[in-house]
Design a protein. Structure first.
Length: 149
């Protein structure tokens, strides 16, 4: 992990439309690429295109979604972009009963005091995402728009 750095930039989240009133809400799933065991994680992307790429795996449901522009301001951010270990298909590993190796990466960042962590898109390494461990670092900036896959 590179040294922790501050960050102050726009990010985009694609959320179920019912979460419009709480756009900084962490992921509701008990496990994700970078969270487990009741940890807090709000996932976002550094571009609208990245947000669209990130959500593709989850679009088999019929949930109506919105794209929410937000601002991320955090004083300690880990940068794991380019780390291939952060981009594995963690769901396949979990399906075999093993712990996701991505959890060790985010656990280390959390332990170092990171409030968020940047990482590369698995399917489009030229795009970047962020997992926010402290959602108070996120603020809504709008406007919201509907998301069509």
């Amino acid at each position: 992990m590179r040294p922790l750095e501050p960050i102050d930039l726009a990010v985009w989240r694609i959320l179920p439309a019912k979460l419009l009133a709480t756009p900084a809400q962490p992921a509701m799933a008990p496990e994700g690429r970078f969270h487990h065991s009741c940890q807090i994680a709000a996932y976002a992307s550094l571009s609208p295109e990245g947000a669209g790429v990130a959500i593709q795996r989850y679009l088999s449901d019929t949930v109506g979604r919105i794209m929410v522009p937000m601002w991320l301001e955090a004083d300690c951010v880990a940068d794991e972009r380019g780390n291939k270990d952060a981009s594995v298909v963690w769901q396949d590993i979990r399906a075999t009963g093993q712990l996701s190796p991505t959890w060790a990466i985010s656990d280390f960042a959390r332990g170092a005091g990171a409030k968020a962590m940047l990482y590369s898109s698995r399917s489009r390494p030229d795009l970047s995402h962020v997992v926010v461990f402290d959602p108070s670092c996120l603020r809504f900036v709008g406007p919201v728009r509907s998301f069509e896959s």
